[in-house]
Design a protein around this ligand. Structure first.
Ligand code: NAD
Length: 475
């Protein structure tokens, strides 16, 4: 059992002031793997006091000192690799290879890339007869979801440290243990006491208090739109700045000169990676009507090559969804798709054969989907793809942009001019052309209801800063 019912406050693990606990469940076995504290407002207040106390000195540390802190964290993080991989596999149900190559690695990359971005970051510059200065925003509250337990947490912590902002983190209570290892990593790395605090608990108590607390100056939130809206409303009471990284329903536009097999592989990899629990996943494959039959055949052919099953096996690519609730949500969307009249190409309701224990979902692909169907409009957050056919490129773009979301977009094909035209026309924060590689220096964040603000690299650092103009002098 991984039970740890303490919070990390002012450089130490401290007892909670309450006695309530939350069970953490392994979604592949449905077993309780540990307990965490369900923290109280008093716990959160203590963490804020610690963060506020260190703010004057932490915000005045030099850039070089903060680069050293980030490097020290990266180095301590590396030492905990095996444990992090094991914990992520257990608490999220992520296949062990994915836990290592994606989850562990993304966490590491944020610390090293933010350190690199900080090196060339300009905090003060002359503009004519005035100075522009960027100063730490103050104390930051970080609230994170369960789907990327190290990535979300690391991008926020790295950016906050780079900006000299002390933080109070509330990780998702479904996947808290990776974040708790990170707290130990930060403790070992010798970051000033109070600059990093972690309080476990529910969104309704700890999350709510973070967004209403008068001594928290900025809330960086990643999660659902519904909670994002609450955070914005709560933060309005103290005119707190918020950064919101929310959901998506991203399009994959397949051009008529694309390789159909490659396009199908791309589409399938999006819904199978992290069991489709990826905010930026392409969940709408928008394909030329002339390619429809070939694409459907390629999908059926490709899907079995993504091995589905026990996350502890190294050849497994996709595991269960995170929880019973998530399983039920995904089932309700599959049922909705059937009821709406979409054609079930593969998958469907219920658990895959032989996988009765664990929150396993049948990877499901619907075709003959029209973009106004619920399955094409709402974020499902599971291994479910909708195929939508188009007649010409303008129709494809209209379908792609006919969504309340704007987190990501994808386009595959050969003609460079068309690829560039489509990339420019999709209204989303990050567009990937022909499986372009992830870049930790590129900004990540959404248009429209996918959020406010950007993370990663120097764009992430900017979020934790205020801008000051000093008139009448230059340095
Ligand atoms: P969620 O919104 O339910 O929870 C996110 C966090 O908010 C959790 O820590 C939760 O405890 C907390 N919370 C809940 N109620 C709260 C409240 N009233 N006040 C403050 N905090 C509260 O989201 P989830 O189910 O954990 O994660 C899935 C969602 O996250 C999806 O919508 C997904 O698209 C989104 N997401 C977005 C990004 C991105 O970068 N844009 C990345 C990952 C996940």
């Amino acid at each position: 059992m991984r039970t740890n019912v303490k919070h990390f406050i002012n450089g130490d693990w401290v007892e909670s002031t309450g006695t309530d606990t939350i069970d953490v469940i392994n979604p592949a076995t449905e077993e309780v793997i540990g307990k965490i504290s369900s923290g109280t407002e008093e716990d959160l207040n203590k963490a804020v006091v610690a963060a506020k106390a260190v703010l004057p000195s932490f915000s005045e540390t030099t850039k070089e000192e903060r680069i050293d802190m980030l490097k020290a964290i990266a180095s301590e993080y590396e030492k905990r690799k095996d444990e992090l991989v094991e914990v992520i596999t257990e608490e999220l149900g992520s296949p062990v290879t994915m836990s290592e190559k994606v989850h562990y690695q993304m966490g590491y990359n944020h610390f090293t890339h933010v350190a690199k971005a900080l090196k060339s970051f300009v905090f003060e510059e002359n503009r004519g007869n005035h100075i522009i200065r960027k100063e730490t925003i103050g104390v930051s509250g970080l609230i994170t979801p369960w789907n990327f337990p190290t990535n979300q947490v690391s991008t926020k912590i790295a950016s906050a440290i780079a900006a000299g902002s002390p933080v109070v983190l509330k990780p998702a209570s479904r996947t808290p243990f990776a974040a708790m290892i990170l707290a130990e990593v930060i403790q070992k790395a010798g970051i000033p006491k109070g600059a990093f605090n972690l309080v476990n608990g529910t969104g309704s108590i700890i999350g709510n208090r973070i967004s209403t607390h008068p001594d928290i100056d900025f809330v960086s939130f990643t999660g659902s739109g519904k909670v994002g809206e609450k955070i914005m409303k709560n933060s309005a009471k103290t005119i707190k700045k918020v950064a919101l990284e929310l959901g998506g329903k991203s399009p994959l536009i397949v051009l008529d000169d694309a390789d159909v097999n490659e396009a199908a592989k791309t589409a399938i990899s999006h819904i199978m990676m992290n069991t489709g629990q990826v905010c930026s996943a392409a969940t709408r494959a928008i394909i030329p009507v002339t390619m429809k039959n070939d694409f459907e055949e390629a999908i059926k052919h490709t899907l079995p090559s993504f091995k589905y099953g026990d996350p502890k096996k190294t050849d497994v690519k996709t595991g269960p969804v995170v929880s019973k609730e998530q399983w039920e949500t995904v089932q309700s969307y599959i049922k909705k798709g059937i009821d709406e009249g979409a054609t079930l190409l593969v998958g469907g309701l219920g658990k895959p054969k032989g996988m009765e224990t664990g929150y396993f979902v049948k990877p499901t692909v619907f075709t003959d989907v029209s973009n106004d169907m619920v399955i094409a409009q709402e974020e499902i957050f599971g291994p479910v793809l909708s195929i939508i056919a188009y007649n010409d490129l303008e129709e494809a773009l209209n379908i792609a942009n006919d969504t309340v979301y704007g987190l990501a977009g994808y386009v595959v094909g050969k003609n460079k001019d068309t690829l560039s035209y489509v990339a420019n026309k999709i209204k989303a924060g990050q567009i990937t052309v022909n499986n372009g590689k992830i870049d930790f220096m590129a900004p990540f964040g959404g248009y429209k209801q996918s959020g406010i603000g950007r993370e990663w690299g120097d764009f992430g650092i900017e979020e934790f800063l205020e801008i000051k103009a000093i008139l009448g002098m230059s340095s």
